[in-house]
Design a protein around this ligand. Sequence first.
Ligand SMILES: [Cu+2]
Length: 165
Amino acid sequence: MKMTMRNAALSLATAALLAVAATASQAATVVKVSLWDKGAATPMGTGMEYGAPNLDLSKATMGIKATPDAVKAGVVTFKVTNDSKDTIHEMIVMYLADPSKPLPYIDAEKRVDEDKAGDKGEVSELDPGKSGTLTVPLKAGKYLLICNVPGHYAAGMWTEFTVKP
Ligand SMILES: [Cu+2]
C-alpha cells in the first residue's frame, strides 16, 4: 500500500498517541493500602518484624493491607488511607535486595534504618482518617510496605509486596 506524506504523518501521530495511552495505562496500576490498628488502648506487640523467629502476624494489633499485593513492574500509585481512629501511621516502600535478610534496624529508636534499607518512597505520618498517595516506578522484586513510626514495625505493621517482571 502506498502512503502519502500526509497519511504517514497521521500514522505517526496515531502511533504517538497510542504510546502515550500505553504509558498512561501503565501508570494506572493502583494499589489501595489500608493502615489499621485495634486502637491506642490496645498494647502494641513486639518481635513481629519481617523475618522474626516464630513470626505470628495474627497477634499483631496494627498492620498494613495492600490490595492487590502483587503488580507488574512499572509505575505504581499507592493510595494510602490511615484507617486508625487515634494513631498516626505512615507507609514506606522498602525494596528487599536480599529477602533472606531482616531490614536494618535502629534498636534505640525502635525503627528501621530507612537510609540503609532500600527506601523507595513514602506517604509519611498520616493523621487518623487521612489519605495520601505515592507514585513510584518499581522494578521486579520483593518489597515490604512498612510503617516506621517508632515501635510499629516490630509490632507487625508491615506487609509483603511483590513486583512481577
Ligand atoms: Cu504505624
